[in-house]
Write a new protein. Sequence first.
Length: 689
Amino acid sequence: MHQIMSTLKLVISLSVLLAAVQCFEMNMTQYYQMPQLYDFDDYDRCLHEFGKGSGAEGGGNPATYCFVRAEVQPNNSSAAWRAIEEISKYDRHHFDHRQLNFGLCLHKCEEQLVSLDANAMKQLQAGLLTDNAKVNVYLELFATEAGNRARFNELTNACINWRLQQLNFGVQAKSVIEYCDTTATAGKVIEEDDPWNLTVYVVICALILLSCVSSLIDLHLKRHRHDKMLKERDHYKTPPRSLVTRVLLTFSIARNWYRLNQEPNGKIGRELRFLDCFKFFSMFLVIFAHTNWVIYEGAISNPQDPERMLHTAAGTLLISGSLITVTFFVSSGLLLTVSWLAVTRAVEDRKPEKWRLANYVVLFVQINVFRYIRLTVLYAFVLLLSGVYFENAAGPLWRHIFEREQLACRKNWWTNLLYINNFVGTDERCLLQGWYLASDTQSFAVSLLVLMLGHRFGRWSKQIYGIVLGTFMLLPGVLTYALDYYPIFLASPQTQKDSFIGNRQFTEFYTSFQMNFGSYFCGVLAALVYDQLSLKQYKLRELRSFQILWFALIPVGVLWLFTAHPLYQHYYTETPRFWGAIYATVQRNFWSFGLSIFFVGMAAKVGWIFRKFASLPIFRVLGRLTYGAFMVHLLVARVALATVREPIFFGTGTMFAYIFYVLCGSYLSSLVLAIFVELPVSSCLKLMR
Ligand SMILES: *[C@@H]1O[C@H](CO)[C@@H](O)[C@H](O)[C@H]1NC(C)=O
Ligand SMILES: *[C@@H]1O[C@H](CO)[C@@H](O)[C@H](O)[C@H]1NC(C)=O
Ligand SMILES: *[C@@H]1O[C@H](CO)[C@@H](O)[C@H](O)[C@H]1NC(C)=O
């Protein structure tokens, strides 16, 4: 009863808060006084019409199409500039409307400027854009374009300013070329036979060959099995006896297919089955968010719609959506601890004497190495794929979106494989989602150390865990206060358009180890509690108050997402630093704490139909495919979205069409990866144990 009352109070106070927040109205008259964020000439027409030999005044130049970044310069007497200033100051909700992207067909530019004399041309020069750190990251990646920049920077700047002048904006813009495509390079493979590409071809051929050989051997064995009792399927489900055959069969396609659908074994496996469902739905939300990001990274024709939407409660929900990753951290901590407990018990059963330091060291290294191999083989394969140059349909944005990733991967792949990419090379990220793996790996190692300490000094284990939890729960708040972070992570439209480059909030606040370890450790503690409960055979399910608490967590969780509303929608006024730090402490920590209770409850069979639903067999397969889908989903999203020629209309329908495509594409790719890479590797690891 008490809980219900307090929940009710919370609901009421929150609704009052939500209602009290002012409503934002965009002045659309003013909005259309600004230059558009994107202005692309027709890409295909440019390259075909003015192609080699066909240009009327071509003069032998191949047709050239340049992607240009521009920044509007201040002019207080211009209405356009005042609108830009007014609208861009809501930087948490709006794009930075000073930053414009142009796709310029150089022949068209030349035509437009042909009648101007030298003086008029000089008037159109506003200068080179050199001081924009985010643009400079791109310029450095596309360093091979220096020649095109030197040749065409002045022409493109004059062209841009001519266009701004024609439309009477009364502003000029500095600009710089990011890259140019010519008839000779567009849609071509850049360097077909470089070592990177060759490596990928060799690896793919090797995988296919291994799978074929292994599958044929398996088929052969099945034919020669004179056991009438054994059905087709059972052959593939029973492991062969000799070690050599086992090694030979690791790549067998049929065998791996059945392993994908294998029932979890053991009591713990069955009780934690629901985690697969959480993994899948969290992955869905991650794909949702990241597809939107790639759309923002490209070009949209109606930036005003997402901007206005962010001012509503739905916007708050989207912004709070960054809490999804906590689900992964908590479940990862939980699974680590469950398997750690199983390992220690197995060792203690074998030799019950006291552990020496060497035992711990060996175990620590062993567990980490196994985990490293299990995660890294697939990761490395996707990294290889991300760096491949292949024949593409190009488009003005292709290189901006897709080649940036290829170049970054070729440069920084090693930070990913060392799992330090959340600290090193953060401006040129390869596989942006890899920050999670880095943070998770660091948390894994530290948690394992803490668990070992807890095991070694059993008497003090509670104190040790308590101190670690307390420290890392408070740390986000302390750091937020000391380093003056914004209390929540904001994936604002401009941040996403800039691919999170140079975003301190993302690098230091959101993706770093120290900010996430608290959540991870909540998972660790949840597993310890769950373990104690099942050792003592305590029936949590029969405790009425726990049932109520558990079900109350669902509405409270939804409301918790809205607690960012006053903070996020509170215009202008500085967030009070102290309260901001408090919120930074509780936002993720309460969420992970609640999630831990939720998980323990579900493991203890609380949860009625929610639990039944979450344990459906379909999620077993989807859950197993989630890691692969996580690895490839951005690649899948980029392949489609990087080919857009013109700004796309960002509507609900379009958005969901893309999300659906990315979801299906990622899980299907993940299925292929699982059968050819992931499951063979895990079979090999099993043999090594
Ligand atoms: C909207 O902006 C225009 C142009 O700046 C201005 O004339 C008008 O008064 C504004 N409308 C409102 C409701 O603020
Ligand atoms: C433009 O106006 C803003 C305030 O509206 C002022 O702070 C700034 O100094 C002005 N700039 C120039 C160059 O006049
Ligand atoms: C500033 O704006 C005014 C009014 O639109 C315009 O006459 C003037 O040329 C602009 N100055 C520059 C440097 O663009």
